[in-house]
Write a protein that binds this ligand. Structure first.
Ligand SMILES: [Mg+2]
Length: 388
């Protein structure tokens, strides 16, 4: 069996203005998906589109740079040598989001083909010791709002998720304006701490003690003191995870992690064990959050292995569409130190319409269907509907 073609699907779906809940404003309205075709008629699916963003550069890389490397090759041989392939030619991957994303999508698609050829679900390929159908605990990831909106909406969302059966939920601090989206660098808007503290208190009061609560400040605390104060307040309220408190400086995370009790996490942008190693060496993280949508299959596996060797659990980051969700769930099932996966609850038609049989959590758990490969197939009508 040989690869004949890489097909990139550029998809976009309109935002429905009738969705007025805060989280809905952050709809993923575009994405790139990938189909790898073979001369045996087997195709593999991948999602090279981190954060659900359109990233047209990714499609360019796939079509012009990666496709010539793959056409004519046997998918099984590529799966066996992916790390070498990813490092070739020099400069690909590692710290370069469009390349990392493109290769992550390629890996997903190649493993999907491998699973289909061997008649096994991906988690079995990655961990043959797994025999029963994996069921993964997920946390509802939402809790987004703007400062001009009433904070009660966030409290309502947490209670709604609890009523839907979720046992864990994540929120973010409000952002000041509709145009502000850069939450991952030092230019991010400061957090209105009074407002945030009122929200986290309101949420805890509304859901009681039975729900695990997580906060992701998107690297937005002003300094270690502010992050420490917030961490202590979250500890008082029994929050279980404090994600990306500060801009991504290892020394700062190490100081904070030592000063507070609540577990500190990061890692959604880290794609290899090489990148994660210095964080673990300095004990800067209590939880690592790789994502198969950016680190790819091999990246998540090697990061999880390194984390496990350091006694650190993984909570997989997951912020894209159904194909990456599938890849991340298979990964979470296959690695021994991951017992929680992110499940975005934002309004997103691609998540519910793009595949034939979308996976929905039941009572806070997602079961991986017993199908070969990733176990998801595109709905061709939805692909036509949203293609641009
Ligand atoms: Mg995050």
């Amino acid at each position: 069996m040989r690869i004949t073609r890489l097909e990139t699907l550029r998809l976009r779906c309109p935002v429905d203005p009738n969705h007025t809940r805060p989280s809905s404003r952050f709809v993923h309205d575009g994405s790139i998906h990938l189909r790898i075709h073979t001369d045996a008629g087997v195709t593999g699916l991948g999602e090279p589109s981190p954060y659900g963003g359109p990233l047209p550069r990714v499609a360019d890389i796939l079509e012009r740079e990666i496709q010539p490397l793959l056409v004519g090759k046997a998918p099984t041989e590529l799966v066996a040598s992916l790390t070498r392939l990813k490092d070739y030619p020099e400069g690909f991957g590692h710290g370069n989001v469009p390349y990392d994303a493109a290769w992550a999508g390629v890996e997903q698609a190649l493993w999907d083909i491998e699973g289909k050829v061997r008649g096994l679900p991906l988690y079995r390929l990655l961990n043959p010791a797994l025999t029963s159908t994996p069921r993964l605990r997920v946390y509802a990831s939402g809790g987004m709002s703007y400062e001009h909106e009433p904070p009660e909406l966030i409290v309502e969302e947490a209670a709604l998720c609890q009523a839907q059966g979720y046992t864990a939920w994540k929120m973010r601090p409000s952002v000041p304006g509709e145009a502000t989206r850069s939450q991952h660098n030092r230019t991010s808007p400061p957090i209105d701490m009074r407002r945030l503290l009122a929200m986290v208190e309101g949420v805890r009061r509304a859901v009681g003690d039975d729900m695990d609560l997580l906060v992701d400040t998107g690297c937005r605390c002003r300094d270690i003191q502010e992050a420490t104060d917030l961490a202590r307040a979250l500890e008082e309220l029994g929050f279980c995870l404090f994600e990306e408190p500060l801009p991504r400086v290892i020394d700062d995370y190490a100081r904070l992690a030592e000063a507070v009790k609540i577990p500190i996490s990061s890692g959604e942008s880290l794609v290899s064990s090489r990148q994660v190693a210095p964080w673990l060496k300095q004990r800067a993280l209590d939880v690592v959050q790789p994502d198969g949508n950016l680190a790819g299959i091999t990246g998540v596996l090697e990061i999880a292995r390194l984390a496990e060797a350091n006694g650190i659990p993984c909570v997989l980051h997951n912020w894209a569409n159904p194909i990456s969700l599938a890849a991340n769930l298979h990964l979470a099932a296959a690695i021994p130190n991951c017992s929680l996966v992110e499940y975005p609850i934002l309004y997103n038609p691609l998540r519910t319409e793009l595949v034939q049989d979308p996976w929905h959590p039941l009572n806070g758990y997602l079961e991986i269907p017993d199908r070969p490969g990733l176990g998801v197939e595109l709905d061709e009508q939805a692909v036509r509907r949203y293609s641009v």
